[in-house]
Design a protein around this ligand. Structure first.
Ligand code: 4NP
Length: 157
């Protein structure tokens, strides 16, 4: 089983969207018995909370239901479990690097690195902005999810 975790700041906007979109893709390709998908936040601000209603609505427009997800905070132990720990932006990647065990052998990186055609490196925080920010988030995530799945298939099975 390949285990993938998406990480943002609050775990209520970007990373749950990535979890839902990528899980949907994995399921559609019949790989859900081979790839486990989760998400969490670097902050503890929204532990136990459902995703932001704006993210839930935006994902639903793309056929993805985020309503059952709940916020969690990333821990050092997650590095023992996950083969891919993918940050939405550089600040979150830096915070992850600060808690990662020195001998972590998985992929700790920016999620958008898996979209070779992406014009940007980071999925911007949409929390304090308007609807267009949430649309941009889901567009970036859909593109990078395709690239990530291709990478995993090419490298692991
Ligand atoms: P996320 O967005 O990191 O994509 O979940 C945010 C959610 C909440 C806050 C900031 C960003 N906040 O300040 O509470």
């Amino acid at each position: 089983m390949i285990k993938v975790m998406f990480v943002c700041l609050g775990n209520i906007c970007r990373s749950p969207t990535a979890q839902g979109v990528f899980s949907g893709l994995v399921k559609a390709r019949g790989l859900d018995d081979k790839i486990f998908v989760d998400s969490s936040g670097t902050s503890n601000w929204h532990i136990g909370e459902p995703p932001d209603p704006r993210s839930v609505a935006m994902a639903l427009e793309r056929g993805v239901d985020l309503s059952s997800l709940r916020g969690s905070q990333v821990t050092r132990e997650d590095f023992d479990t996950f083969d891919y720990i993918l940050a939405m932006d550089k600040q979150n990647l830096s915070n992850l690097r600060a808690i990662a065990p020195a001998d972590y052998t998985g992929h700790l990186d920016l999620f958008l690195r898996f979209d070779a055609s992406s014009q940007v490196e980071e999925v911007p925080d949409p929390y304090y902005g308007g609807e267009s920010g949430f649309i941009h988030v889901v567009d970036l995530i859909e593109a990078a999810s395709e690239g990530l799945l291709q990478h995993i298939v090419d490298h692991k099975f």
